[in-house]
Design a protein around this ligand. Structure first.
Ligand code: AMP
Length: 288
């Protein structure tokens, strides 16, 4: 595996592979790898001739009061883990390589960014994501880019950018990888002390409770959500948001008649955590 720091080096390496007819898979990350990241790398490895993983803690997607400074960083460990997954190139640029002096472009996706994490964290967050992902697509020019369904809204934002800007890349959304007790894996889980770590399982349990109500036939959004609210309250967690929205448009839903995204964000101890379940109307119909 090669660790590359510059855009020019990446272009050269990827260009050589592409001239030989190879397909290129890209996994964008902010590092501090866990099984969630590794699952994306494995899928990319299975499906492509060349696998590029980017490791860049993108400053522009963090708010002034967020955890940019504290965000876990361990490039040597990440490099070992990526190499063990058969990654070909780890692109780990400095911030000045991505945002040189004079950088002045911002990609703003309207609509799907107005709610959930876009509303909680502010518009800079998905602007930062959309802009850096578009740059990574321009640098690597992947055939396929792999994202985690853990960040479901991010997947929708990236899909919108790809459609609207006619980018020639397929977006592959990969399933959420969880700890044995159900907690969604996240680089931010390292912020949890023992008490918060135990309480954090309530997020997935709350979503499970709501999903069970849905699977038993409940279609009223408030009724479905109240099952989740009860679990969070029992764990002493006041969610930043807990919402049911259309899985494609993120419009609010009063009754679940089409696939819906059940999404939660909450501060638990020192960590801000997010999680989600997809409520699939089709799957429920098939099962019955
Ligand atoms: P991050 O480093 O947190 O920006 O994550 C990089 C990629 O890994 C994103 O596409 C995330 O959605 C994905 N990811 C993070 N956590 C998980 C998880 N628990 N399961 C699956 N994918 C994940």
């Amino acid at each position: 595996m090669r660790i590359l720091r510059t855009i020019a080096e990446v272009r050269l390496a990827v260009g050589a592979a592409r001239r030989e007819g190879g397909s290129v898979g890209l996994v964008p990350t902010m590092g501090a790898f866990h099984e969630g990241h590794l699952s994306l790398m494995r899928r990319a490895r299975e499906q492509n001739d060349l696998v590029v993983v980017s490791l860049f803690v993108n400053p522009t997607q963090f708010g002034a009061n967020e955890d940019l400074g504290a965000y876990p960083r361990d490039e040597a460990r990440d490099a070992r883990l990526a190499e063990a997954e058969g990654v070909d190139i780890l692109f780990a640029p400095a911030a000045s390589e991505i945002y040189p002096d004079g950088f002045a472009t911002n990609i703003h996706v309207a609509g799907v960014t107005d709610v959930l994490d876009g509303a909680s964290r502010g518009p800079h967050h998905f602007d930062g994501v959309a802009t850096v992902v578009t740059k990574l697509f321009g640098i690597v020019r992947p055939d396929v880019a792999y994202f985690g369904q853990k960040d479901a809204q991010q997947v929708l934002v990236v899909r919108r950018v790809v459609r609207d800007l006619d980018l020639d890349v397929r977006i592959d959304a990969c399933p959420i990888v969880r700890e044995p007790d159900g907690l969604a894996m996240s680089s931010r889980n390292v912020y949890l002390d023992a008490d918060a770590r135990a309480r954090a399982t309530a997020l997935n349990r709350a979503l499970d409770a709501a999903a069970s109500a849905f699977e038993e036939g409940e279609r009223d959004a408030d009724s479905i959500l109240s099952a989740a609210h009860r679990v969070l309250a029992d764990a002493g967690i006041a969610p930043e948001y807990l919402e049911l929205r259309d899985a494609e448009t993120l419009q609010p839903v009063a009754r679940v008649e089409a696939d819906a995204l059940l999404a939660v964000a909450a501060h638990v101890g020192a960590a801000r955590l997010i999680d989600n379940h997809l409520l699939s109307v089709l799957r429920t119909r098939d099962a019955s």
